[in-house]
Design a binder for this molecule. Sequence first.
Ligand code: FAD
Length: 483
Amino acid sequence: MQDENVTIVWFRSDLRLTDNPALTAAIERGAPIVPVFIWAPEEEAPWAPGAASRWWLHQSLSALQQELKRKDSRFILRSGPTQDALEKLIKETGATAVFWNRRYEPAVRKRDDALLSWLESKQITAETFNSALLCEPWTVATKSGKPFRVFTPFWKACLRMPAPEEPLPAPTTIPAPNRFPKSSDLEDFSLEPKIDWAQGLRATWTPGETGAQERIRIFSENALSSYAEGRDRPDREGVSRLSPHLHFGEISPRQIWHLVQNYTALQQDKAELSGCEAFVRQLYWREFAYHLLFHAPHTPERPLREAYADFPWAPDVEMFRAWKQGNTGFPYIDAGMRQLWATGWMHNRVRMAVASFLVKDLLVPWQDGARWFWDTLVDADLANNTLGWQWTAGCGADAAPYFRIFNPMTQGERFDPQGSYVRHWTPEVAGLPDRYVHRPWEATQAIQAQSGVYARQGYAQPLLNHAEARMRALHAYEIMRNK
Ligand code: FAD
């Protein structure tokens, strides 16, 4: 027997029950609810989730399945095409409404717009909500009504907006229909790798809403107040590591904003307050990334500054491979790339350095680096990844100028002064004295032999001379400018 008026709540990148506006609105509608997830990666092409994201998605869907069960509900999993899946579900349940939270990636927006028109033509109520951003891209504009291209004025405009509303509570129960439609098994989506390379991911992360709450608790108790300095230190636990939880919507920026606000209210100490401010500012970099992606949807593939389309790249397949594998011979770069491979995450400071190394020292197009990150990051996010790569390559909004070329040795010495980060991820150099740990080739042969750098451990010789590579990059930049 079909229920009257069933509401389908279509979960996407909002895999949580707390502060979920689509779910809350569905409950307020007062009818039985069928929570649904539809796996349709081809509809997100060319940016369907990469391997690490798929691993995370599997765990996150599984966690939400358990949470929904606890609320006397069920999570109905189906495969795409999305329209076909929704059509079947509407038929099977007698649903009269479909609610979901908005996404902002170009391919997804196009698909969602088509779905809205189709649902309207079927006289099915379709409502969408904001669950992922503090300031949706169309709510802020420059004085002349244009999208922002510089972070600080964007941020200030966001701060002039009303404070984000209080997060919505998780529902105590979710009204169930008389009979749930059939669900696929999560395993049918084949999200987990066939050959198990995910041990490091499992050891590092707890995907799901509970894991996200635990992560923010640990961060706010241990590192939030010192974030202003701690955020620059890959050798410490100074950042939140909330990025994959935010990407999959296991926690909302609104929840984070209010938590930090409440914490701030208790602080007297100036340094601690500046930690909170610095952290919230980073959340607005994420907002800025979404603003840019929305208003310049071509930027995952093409530079925002058009002149860079003519940049004379000179990629070398072997060098690109060495970068991916963490075998460039520069310990700081290799540590970052190995951390990425092992855990699906890399510290922001190191992301900037490895990206600069690829784009400027190796002259490999930023799009190739962005693709590798896309496949290997558990927090792979089209808005943030595009912003990060275009920023480093100098071709994006508010980007680092092209001639700012990160020096892999001095970056390491500045942000990992005792070398504990590189010693952990690049054990070949672990035995070296501090002063050589970021530049092992400068140690005498006797010291190298004693610490086993090149001999016993077989660490790669540096791929290139950074000073020469820097000159080559600046020359390439001049060629582009003169075109
Ligand atoms: P915290 O320092 O604890 O910051 C809290 C949150 O603020 C982050 O989770 C993130 O959502 C946001 N944030 C912080 N810094 C930035 C930033 N520079 N840009 C945008 N948002 C930010 N971030 C992703 O989430 N996904 C990506 O795919 C991604 N790719 C990147 C690629 C490159 C080349 C670079 C330089 C940066 C990239 N970033 C990306 C941004 C940043 O490195 C990560 O958000 C951050 O390292 C995540 O760690 P965290 O959660 O501990 O950050």
